[in-house]
Design a protein around this ligand. Structure first.
Ligand SMILES: Cc1cc2nc3c(=O)[nH]c(=O)nc-3n(C[C@H](O)[C@H](O)[C@H](O)COP(=O)(O)OP(=O)(O)OC[C@H]3O[C@@H](n4cnc5c(N)ncnc54)[C@H](O)[C@@H]3O)c2cc1C
Ligand code: FES
Length: 255
């Protein structure tokens, strides 16, 4: 699959909550080749500190050649990104990795926990919503998730939310909402914290529903060269999340 390195203009910066940001970035080559579930490696500064690029899911893709990134400021790299202004430039490599298999015309359920919601926006737009398709969103609080929930609803999905503080939707965790949805769908796509995805994979296995998961790992290169993103897979094997993933069938993962 083609990969590109582009110097990209940041067209818009939105602060969705205290530490969550959405960028719209002109990246025509990456946008043209992007598939839901793939990611980009972003160089956050022109100098050497921090040296390594940071991985971010492709959150949105637009017909004008731009892409959206959704990220939380959690450390040195993302805090620098949070200070970017519209008109600034970022160096991106992408699209990288293996994305989601698109199930067309099947009732599906998309499940995002925390920043795991990021790749689901692009996926949700590419799927043809048939019958009742669902999105379950887990977040710390209403502020983090309300706008995204509205956007998914506008795409035709039935949205259910779980928040840690009970400020929106179910007060608790996403897997608690899933059992009532599973009989209505044939496929689940999920991205979020590892324990959440493990529970979801087990629920899908019991219900005989196909499940694809998007894994996170520390990534130094994103290109299959450094072996930094190796994780344990099923049957004692090891996989590189950046090349063989980040999306895997749940049965391929060494839970
Ligand atoms: C394929 C992929 C897609 C991703 N997509 C998104 C996204 O769309 N939005 C988003 O907000 N984040 C996403 N991430 C996570 C994002 O890359 C990290 O939050 C970011 O690299 C942190 O950089 P930093 O310099 O700010 O933090 P650092 O100072 O490097 O670390 C801060 C904290 O974050 C942890 N951390 C750093 N990188 C990762 C990682 N890759 N996985 C798990 N924990 C990590 C560190 O252990 C530390 O506790 C993705 C990660 C991967 C692998
Ligand atoms: S991040 Fe370097 S091999 Fe995957």
């Amino acid at each position: 699959m083609p990969e590109f390195q582009e110097k990209c203009k940041v067209c818009a910066v939105d602060r969705l909550s205290t530490d969550v940001y959405r960028f719209i970035i002109q990246a025509p080559l990456i946008a043209a080749a992007a598939h839901p579930g793939q990611f980009v490696m972003v160089r956050v500064v022109d100098s050497f500190d921090p040296l390594l690029r940071r991985p971010f899911s492709i959150h949105q893709k637009f017909t004008d050649g731009s892409i959206g990134l959704l990220f939380k400021a959690v450390g040195s790299g993302t805090e620098i990104l949070a200070r970017i202004d519209p008109g600034d430039f970022l160096n991106l490599i992408g699209p990288l990795g293996r994305g989601f298999d698109l199930a067309l015309e099947e009732p599906v359920c998309l499940i995002g926990g925390g920043m795991g919601i990021a790749p689901l926006h692009f996926l949700a737009r590419q799927l043809v919503v048939t019958g009742q398709s669902f999105i379950l969103l887990g977040a710390r609080n209403r502020q983090e998730v309300a706008l995204l929930a509205d956007e998914f609803q506008a795409m035709g999905y039935t949205v259910q939310v779980a928040t840690d503080d009970g400020s929106m939707g179910h007060h608790g965790f996403i897997p608690e909402l899933l059992d009532s949805v599973l009989p209505a769908v044939s496929r689940v796509y999920t991205c979020g914290p590892f324990p959440m995805m493990k529970t979801i994979a087990e629920q899908c296995l019991r219900a005989d529903v196909v499940c694809q998961v998007s894994l996170e790992a520390h990534m130094a290169c994103g290109l299959g060269a450094c072996l930094g993103c190796t994780v344990k897979a099923a049957q004692g094997k090891y996989v590189h999340v950046c090349k063989q993933g980040p999306v895997f069938n749940s049965g391929e993962v060494g839970w």
